[in-house]
Design a protein around this ligand. Structure first.
Ligand code: PRP
Length: 218
């Protein structure tokens, strides 16, 4: 039997993804059992779920190790892989911003090569390059807000959801880069080879999104 393989991002988006799939009539019982397994097969539905690190979802889908994937737009922008982005799922909403100390709202940093700490070096580079600014990117893997606080960087480029992390660390949004939300992506060959199965799945998910109103953040 040929399975459709779906790469799911572990973490923040996982719960919302399961909720959405179930509304679309995709049985997710395999995903709900506590397990350390990384491949979960649902024979009845002909689906195979693989659980991957969010930043790796585009790689699995690009190489066809997964036919579809659910991943944040932040990761898609950072990885810029040749994938088909089919649906905006409407959850996992946040903003990609430049943040720093409040004093820089009125006194922008004019240093050449200002230092930018971020988990998203490509997004940061592209954003500042488009503004005609050269920067030094300092790649971090988390707790990016520490950058300006400990003097490692002048500003950060990061996602803001509730704003609590910035607030509690005395930082503010200085510039908005773009809006982010979860997306459904598809491998380019799979879309041709498995078009009926994939389109059927997409139609069902899209139906739920339209029913609920795409602006609802569920
Ligand atoms: C993300 C992001 C911010 C925070 C924003 O980090 O990098 O630090 O969430 O969310 P908020 O606006 O709701 O506070 P994450 O929780 O993924 O942890 P990390 O710092 O380890 O990457």
């Amino acid at each position: 039997m040929s399975y459709l393989t779906i790469a799911l991002a572990k973490g923040r988006l996982a719960e919302r993804t399961v909720e959405l799939f179930e509304r679309a009539g995709i049985d997710c019982k395999a995903l709900k059992k506590p397990t350390r397994k990384l491949v979960l097969v649902d024979e009845d539905q002909g689906l195979k779920f693989i659980l991957v690190k969010p930043s790796d979802v585009p790689t699995y889908v690009e190489y066809g190790a997964a036919d579809l994937g659910i991943v944040g737009k932040d990761t898609l922008l950072e990885e810029s892989k040749p994938l088909y982005e089919m649906l905006d799922l409407g959850f996992g909403r946040c903003r990609m911003v430049v943040a720093g100390f409040p004093r820089h709202r009125t006194r922008p940093i004019t240093l050449a090569n200002k230092r930018v700490a971020t988990k998203y070096p490509n997004i940061a580079m592209n954003y500042f390059r488009a503004k005609g600014e050269t920067i030094e990117v300092i790649k971090l893997n988390g707790s990016v807000e520490l950058g300006p606080i400990v003097g490692l960087s002048d500003v950060i480029v990061d996602i803001v959801e509730t704003g609590n992390t910035l607030r509690e660390n005395g930082l503010v949004v200085l510039e908005e880069i773009c809006d982010i939300s979860a997306r459904l992506v598809v491998n380019r060959v799979s879309l041709k080879m498995e078009s009926s199965k994939i389109n059927n799945l997409i139609t069902r998910i899209d139906g739920v999104l339209k029913e609920e109103g795409n602006d609802r953040d569920y």
